[in-house]
Design a protein around this ligand. Structure first.
Ligand SMILES: *Cc1c(COP(=O)(O)O)cnc(C)c1O
Length: 241
């Protein structure tokens, strides 16, 4: 667990250096710790090291861990982000249990999240996920459809559209690693010119956070650089990446 603390220090240092290199303020980029496949003890260790925002991809796994952390009464409380693909039969539990959802990629899901967000909670913060590399097998709406989806999501009463999210394909040899992040930023700036009040670009992971920050990312989603490789738990989750 000592590793988690020193890994967090190293990741924060990378983020600050990338901000400086891009001429941005050192606190311009938030760090979301992606704790999928990690156990509750790992989350507790990261929290003890000053990390308060966590992203989870699998609903049942997230709920199980939260139940295990409930007794700890962690302060400040954890801000929970859902960062995995969403099936429509899971929207109610997600709307009830999370503060943010990064992976809204179709209107039906957004409508259900809005309808099912409990009245006792503030609006759910959401990002629209864009399939920025145009991969056939990836989730995310097509770039060409993102503006229409964003305008529709922004009109839903119990959601607060914050911006865009993407998981670019790993760059091929000779590709500019910043190109997909630049394309995402252009979509984002067009939406803002159209009058949407967006402030969030959720982009950048352990291997590409520098390229994402250079192109304006405001939240990087970091898993393995904090918690170590996920392979060690594959035996528990045989069907998971
Ligand atoms: C797993 C995952 C991450 C973190 O990936 P690392 O390469 O381990 O940093 C970020 N975002 C999403 C949506 C993920 O599923």
């Amino acid at each position: 667990m000592a590793d988690i603390e020193s890994n967090l220090v190293a990741v924060r240092r990378r983020i600050r250096a990338a901000c400086r290199a891009a001429g941005r303020a050192e606190d311009a980029v938030g760090l979301l710790a992606i704790s999928k496949t990690q156990d509750a003890a790992a989350i507790r260790a990261a929290h003890a090291a000053g990390q308060y925002a966590f992203g989870e991809n699998y609903l049942q796994e997230a709920l199980d861990k939260r139940a295990r952390l409930a007794d700890a009464r962690l302060l400040p409380p954890i801000e929970w982000h859902f960062t995995g693909p969403i099936q429509s039969n899971k929207t109610r539990a997600i709307a009830e249990a999370f503060d943010w959802v990064h992976t809204v990629d179709r209107l039906k899901i957004a409508q259900r999240l809005s309808e099912q967000r409990p009245a006792t909670l503030p609006p759910l913060h959401v990002c629209v996920q864009v399939n920025i590399s145009g991969e056939a097998s990836k989730s995310g709406c097509a770039a060409a459809e993102s503006a229409a989806l964003c305008h529709a999501v922004a009109a839903l009463p119990r959601l607060r559209l914050r911006g865009l999210m993407a998981i670019p394909a790993p760059p091929a040899e000779g590709d500019d690693p910043r190109a997909p992040f630049r394309a995402l930023r252009e979509l984002f700036e067009n939406l803002r010119r159209d009058g949407l009040e967006l402030d969030t670009l959720s982009a950048g992971m352990s291997d590409d956070l520098e390229a994402a920050i250079a192109e304006g990312s405001t939240i990087v989603r970091i898993g393995s650089a904090i918690f170590g490789p996920r392979e060690s738990r594959i035996t528990n989750h045989p069907s998971r990446p």
